[in-house]
Design a protein around this ligand. Sequence first.
Ligand code: GLV
Ligand code: MN
Ligand code: MN
Length: 427
Amino acid sequence: MPDNAPPPAVAPNLVSAVSEARQWARLMQLAEIGGFTDPAGHKGVNRACLTPLDREARRKLIAWGEAIGLKPSVDALGNLFLRAEGDDPKAAPVLTGSHMDSQPNGGRFDGIYGVIAGLEAIEALREAGVRTKRPIELVAWTNEEGGRFAPGCMGSMAYAGFRPADTWDAITDKDGITWAQALAEHLGEERDIPARGLGGKPFAYVEAHIEQGPRLEAEDCDIGIVTGIQGSRWFVVEIRGKTDHAGTTPLALRQDAVQDMVRAIAALNELMRDPKDVLRFTVGRVEVAPGSSNTVADTARFTIDFRHPDNAVLQARGNAVAGVIQAAVRDCAVCVAERFHAVPVAFQPDVPDAVERAAKAQGLRALRMASGAFHDAQFVVPLCPTGMIFTPCRAGVSHHPAEYSEPGQLAAGTRVLAQTLAELANL
Ligand code: GLV
Ligand code: MN
Ligand code: MN
């Protein structure tokens, strides 16, 4: 990209072509696919990747895209692309999108907003008669959330060559279905969609997403110009003991997997202590077997999600995890496996600067900020200039059915996306 990007050409008709109502209606239609209402009355979404619900949502997206002339294709990881041709079909495309899968107790906007915003931005470009030299490709990455198959971001990791495509074949979901089985079934169901090779070399990548944190709302800003993403490491810990009778076995004779899990988690809390409250440490999944009140558990499994913006801290504390657990358990055997390792990334200035120009030109209040959540953008960074656009979300709530962004806030993000795409796709 040239150092001197062109001045912002505000295309007023482009800005007004972004339809808040159309975008909101699509988001609400998709929220019905896997939608549920929680006991407090919040409408959430549970749409795990590579399920019939995921496919139903993807088919809707394809239908909307085809209605405006976009061409679908699917790669070996199930990443779905919808291509809007440019004046120079040989030019590297500008890529935009996010993911369509959700957390098990997820909201209506995480991920899907970035996909629908990309579609809305492309539709607005067409309606406004804005031509682009470069093609624009809309992408829906497979399994960003990692809720069914851990880790997340498998689609973008494989696309970027960060991991070989077969890395996760043996990973199972909670029903024992392997990733390889689920992916083969999924690709079979989508065999009518043209296949494309895995990977690519986009000219730039821009991902719109709700912030999933409280800053934009608290600071009364419309747009987050994302400057980078903190690092994340995921581990799975399995503790193996022995079942025994809960009424008769003296405590000193037990190999109680639950008690050793409690010791391990207490020790990890010490390792992860951070008076500045920058570090993030979560045990989000615990499984105990055989799971009977009056039997000492012989197996305990738990996950660790550990994040930090400073790679030195991410490495030092992450590398200490296995040793701390080994030292903490008393009676059982333990196995610690790392499942995900994403180092912190800083976006090079090209895309954030283009986002800032668009936000300024539209008179929006924008804030430069780093992302605490990981995103597919984290893995696209080595391929091309990359950036993200955040929109505010109520009270910063996400990964929860109460997750909410106003239609106008989401439309503002899409207007900035549309103008950013118009600029990048004409470089
Ligand atoms: C993404 O869903 C994350 O956990 O950051
Ligand atoms: Mn997301
Ligand atoms: Mn998420």
